[in-house]
Write a protein that binds this ligand. Sequence first.
Ligand code: FAD
Length: 398
Amino acid sequence: MTKLDMGNDVDAVVSRLRALLDGPGLAVEQTMLKTGWVSALPQLHQLREQVKRLHAWAPHLQPTEGGLGMSLVEFAKVSEVLGRSPIGHWIANCQAPDIGNMELMHSHASHELRTRWLTPLMAGDIRSCFAMTEPEHAGSNPVWMSTRAVLDGGDYVINGHKWFTTGADGAAFTIVMAVTDPAGLPHKRATMILVPMDTPGLTLVQNIQVMGERGGDHHSHAELLFENVRVPYANRIGHEGQGFELAQARLGPGRVHHCMRWIGICERAFDLMCRRAVQRELSPGETLGRRDTVQHWVAECRADIDAARLLVLEAARLLEKGGVMLARDQISAIKFFTANTMQKVLDRAIQVHGALGLTDATPLALWWAHERGSRIYDGPDEVHKQSLGRSILKRYMQ
Ligand SMILES: Cc1cc2nc3c(=O)[nH]c(=O)nc-3n(C[C@H](O)[C@H](O)[C@H](O)COP(=O)(O)OP(=O)(O)OC[C@H]3O[C@@H](n4cnc5c(N)ncnc54)[C@H](O)[C@@H]3O)c2cc1C
């Protein structure tokens, strides 16, 4: 029996998390917006304890692991409500990139690696990161990379340069993608290897300044240098040469997670926009919401958000039913459609707020800056459109 069977249904979890984020969570969100993620950490940790007491911790994990045993579709609904706040996923321990690493290690890490690293990750006692992209190569062609891992005795010796490694600052370990068979087929060249962040030779060069913010801790993206980093062969995840296959498997559910978080962002931005539209007066008694333009924006955003949600839930259903191969087209479609919907909704919401929309009074400005990356990471728009278009046209060629 899962925790959900025990009267803890998805709607109940969603309502409890919504009440937390709209109640005590708002003050913590304000601290984070005004003073940054790192200074909000003590309050964020307190909120994590409240999430545990509300039986809403780690919805994606099994009850035996302290979670709620939710299916992907169920988790998608929870992910939406958590997405309403920039602190939402972290306080429930289902934030990227940790959630992807948890899923990956569950299915492909050895018992020893799971005991040493996955157990404290699931408990929220440590954080992790995922180092694949390199500044010297196009990330949208991930089979092209320079980072090498060479076997030496019972160890891998890793050399390479990575960047945009989200959450590396303060993480306990990274999962690095490194070429182990340079002469192999392009998709069979690389292997995933777990590297503790305190391993000699691994340097966090800097937290990269992104849209004017360097950030810190979970809320950062780092440049990493691997110089003769030595880890045991047993730190391999999956088989040698299986890196890209595992990355693909990791990205399928990952895109559903991101998209549902973005729908949550859309809904919050939509609420803020509508509230502002009915309150802000252009002249006494003449609210913004009485203007055609604003009414059209509200109508368009409503339809776009609802369409995006339906697409994402359908992709999640197909993914659960038949894996990445069955849901491939839908996963490509939701990635660019939802990211662009979010960008449009945020833009409209900021416009309705005027100058206020650029301040830290709401999360709109933070999202505008930080979620621009959504159209680039996990595959840029163009790559997903090309992949979907090609797949559709192939059916007409038979
Ligand atoms: C906020 C953020 C967080 C990230 N976190 C991580 C992380 O934790 N770990 C990690 O390893 N990486 C991470 N990344 C890196 C991310 O995966 C890469 O940025 C992404 O794969 C794109 O690679 P690139 O930046 O090298 O762009 P490039 O590959 O150089 O592409 C540049 C542009 O070219 C265009 N383009 C690319 N391919 C095509 C095509 N086939 N057809 C037409 N146009 C095309 C697109 O417009 C694209 O934006 C993160 C990135 C961001 C922005």
